[in-house]
Every structure is written in structure tokens, then in C-alpha cells.
Design a protein around this ligand. Structure first.
Ligand code: SF4
Length: 298
């Protein structure tokens, strides 16, 4: 489903089952519902109209609202697991604290069922505005991941002109001082090192992982949507006992038509994070305290 500003969701209310509780009138961010004669009626929204956020469907106590369009089919309500099966704060913290970036994997393959669970978790990620315009390339099996790694490193090699010191100097007014320095002193040497390692038969890009995912997003959506979806996928992988490592260099693939063409990614889409997955070789004994750069209650 491609993102389209002009598409609208169409909510409908099954009047016979509506109790007139009014919850939908409070939940809808665009005031698409009004109570008339004790029943919910769909009215024109106050701003964007129905964006198919699903709040009304999720909240209606009798389940009498359906929404079609803008990515919804009218059959999107899922039963929620019992509240007492929800992860506690301690469980969630344990998951997050235990997770480390894994770059050494055993030979054990990743089950297809696990990949499906990880992808399903990515679909639950919040997004700026529905429908999602995030896509995922899935590489299942070492051979496919290696082919991806090979193609990505070839694309990085083709990016040489863009990261050439002369090009970067010309682009400095657009990039800004800090970005220019980061591209020159970090991104360029890093991509060059990945290409050189690949040429030497070593895989420092996907770490010889047995599975990988590459998130991408459309030109009218926010890159944060792809990053959050990748983060949800990563957390689900951790809960399934899989190690993972996020790849940021994948953003560079956004500039390579050949790579996009080969994998059927729309030309204007950009790549967000990559995620390599597998069974970790090592077990870690403790978490590491991290600190945000700046926290203040303003
Ligand atoms: Fe009717 Fe459901 Fe809206 Fe309550 S939330 S008023 S039952 S449509």
C-alpha cells in the first residue's frame, strides 16, 4: 500500500449494535463521530478526515465500527491478549538491558516462523500517519544474506563519486560543517573499509548472519517510521532468543539505482536501518549503563 494523502478512510457504524456510549466521539482525533438520537453518526472530520488510525475500531465496546480504505480492510480488529499476560515493566527492562548488538552468530539457521513473528511485531510500530509506507526486504539464509552483502558493498563502491573529497567540499554549504566532517572522516572511510573487507573475502557488513532485514520508506513518509519499525522488530527478535545488530550504513544504499532495481524497491524510496539476525555465539553476563547526552526537565 503506497502512501496517498488524498485517500480517506471510510468509517461505518452498525447502528443496531451502537449503545450510544459516545466513546468514539471522544477517541477520534478528527471528530468524525457525533451522537444523534442516541446513536453514533459519521460526520465530516474537522481537519484531515478519517486517516484510518483505528482508534474508533479499537475502542468501541460493542465492536460495531468498521473502517475501510487507507490501508484498512474492515477486518482489522484483533483480540487483545488478557491484560495479565502483558509484559511487566521489569520484564520489559530485562529485555532491553539484556539486548546487545550481536556480530558473531552460530551456524544455526533462523526459523521462518521467527521471521514472521518479527515482521508482525514491526507492523505494530507507531507511525506518523497511516497507512504505513514502510517496506522490508527480508534475506533468509546465509546465501541470501551474503548476496545482499555483496550487492550492498558493490553499491557502496559506486558511491565513491558522491563521497569524494571534492564532491563533499562542493556540498559543504548544503551539508553544514558537522555533517561534512562526519561524511569525510567517518562515513567515507567506513564504507571504503566495508568494500575492502568484502573484496578480501570478509563480511564486516552483515557479519555472516543467517538472516537480515532492510527497512525502507517512501518519499512522502518520515524516516522515523522505518526506524521505529526496525526497533520493534529488533525487540521481538531479542524476545525470541535471537541476537541482532542494526546497520546504519544501509542509508547509503538510497543513492544507488542499481541496488533498488535489483531488489524491486521503488526508485524514490530511501533505506532506513538494516537488521542482521541470528543465534548469538556468546552469552553476556551483565548489562552496560548508558547515558543520554542531555536530560533536563524544562
Ligand atoms: Fe456507538 Fe461504539 Fe461509538 Fe459507543 S463507541 S457510540 S457503541 S459506535
Amino acid at each position: 500500500m503506497r502512501f496517498d494523502w488524498t485517500d480517506q478512510g471510510t468509517p461505518t457504524v452498525e447502528a443496531a449494535r451502537c449503545t450510544g456510549c459516545g466513546l468514539c466521539t471522544r477517541l477520534c482525533p478528527d471528530q468524525m463521530f457525533q451522537l444523534e438520537n442516541g446513536k453514533a453518526q459519521v460526520v465530516a472530520g474537522s481537519f484531515l478526515g478519517c486517516i484510518a488510525c483505528g482508534h474508533c475500531v479499537a475502542g468501541c465496546p460493542t465492536g460495531c465500527i468498521t473502517v475501510r480504505g487507507r490501508g484498512m480492510t474492515g477486518d482489522d480488529a484483533l483480540p487483545l491478549p488478557p491484560k495479565d499476560t502483558q509484559a511487566s515493566a521489569d520484564q520489559l527492562r530485562t529485555l532491553m538491558l539484556t539486548r546487545r548488538s550481536i556480530r558473531r552468530f552460530t551456524a544455526e539457521p533462523v526459523d521462518r516462523a521467527a521471521l514472521d513473528q518479527i515482521l508482525e511485531a514491526a507492523t505494530t510500530a507507531p507511525m506518523g500517519i497511516p497507512p504505513s509506507d514502510v517496506g522490508v526486504l527480508v534475506f533468509h539464509g546465509r546465501d541470501r544474506v551474503q548476496a545482499f552483502s555483496e550487492d550492498a558493498c558493490a553499491a557502496f563502491a559506486r558511491l565513491g563519486w558522491l563521497l569524494h573529497p571534492v564532491t563533499l567540499t562542493l556540498m559543504r554549504p548544503l551539508l553544514g560543517k558537522e555533517n561534512h566532517r562526519a561524511m569525510r572522516d567517518f562515513v567515507r572511510p567506513l564504507l571504503q573499509a566495508l568494500v575492502a573487507e568484502r573484496a578480501a573475502g570478509r563480511d564486516d557488513f552483515t557479519y555472516d548472519a543467517p538472516a537480515a532485514m532492510l527497512f525502507h520508506y517512501g518519499p512522502e513518509s518520515d524516516g522515523a517510521d522505518a526506524h521505529i519499525a526496525a526497533t520493534y522488530a529488533m525487540l521481538m527478535a531479542e524476545s525470541l532468543g535471537l541476537g541482532s545488530c542494526m546497520l546504519g550504513t544501509t542509508a547509503g544504499l538510497s543513492h544507488d539505482k542499481q541496488f533498488k532495481q535489483k531488489y524491486g524497491v521503488p526508485p524514490k524510496n530511501k533505506f532506513g536501518l538494516g537488521l542482521v539476525l541470528g543465534h548469538p555465539q556468546e552469552v553476556f553476563q551483565r548489562g552496560i549503563r548508558r547515558r543520554l547526552a542531555d536530560v533536563r526537565f524544562a
